[in-house]
Design a protein around this ligand. Sequence first.
Ligand code: HEC
Length: 152
Amino acid sequence: MKAKWVGTAAALAVTLAGGAALGQGAADVIKARQQGYKAQGAAFKTINDELKKDAPSVAAIQKATKVLADTATMQYRWFPKGSGPEAGVKTAAKPEIWSDAAGFTAAQKAFQAEAGKLGQAAAKGDLGAIRPQVGATGRTCAGCHNKFRVKT
Ligand code: HEC
């Protein structure tokens, strides 16, 4: 599962490195980004599901926080100009991502910072620190979605 979307992300990196106008490539970029978010959402769900158990698996949580760390790094390449609604492909990305680029970057950084702290708490295996940090990380997901993602 992880290998699958990492491969797509690598393809995306190649697409962007080409520097060509997005054109036909926009559909691929949007698809890769959505797969990245799917992996991010699945990892976050894994953490929440573990925490509901009587004996959460710290190993599973640690693995999931690594996915979050990866997507937090990659997200900065997921929104080249031309990959918004104007691409004519189904996407929940709002035009504000590009019109308020500073606000969007701030939302990305907030997520990366909180996901990083979550990774640190998980590395220590400290459930007492993991629990509140999951909440803090989740608020950065919602903070960005509220402003920059079309409600589905
Ligand atoms: C900086 C902004 C931002 C942050 C932070 C963010 N997201 Fe999103 N997310 C988006 C945008 C924009 C989309 C829509 C992408 C598209 O449709 O092209 C999206 C889409 C998604 C999707 C749907 C993917 C699909 O198409 O099936 C899921 C699931 C998701 N995000 C989960 C999360 C979770 C969980 C977190 C936090 C751990 C998170 N996101 C943090 C901006 C963000």
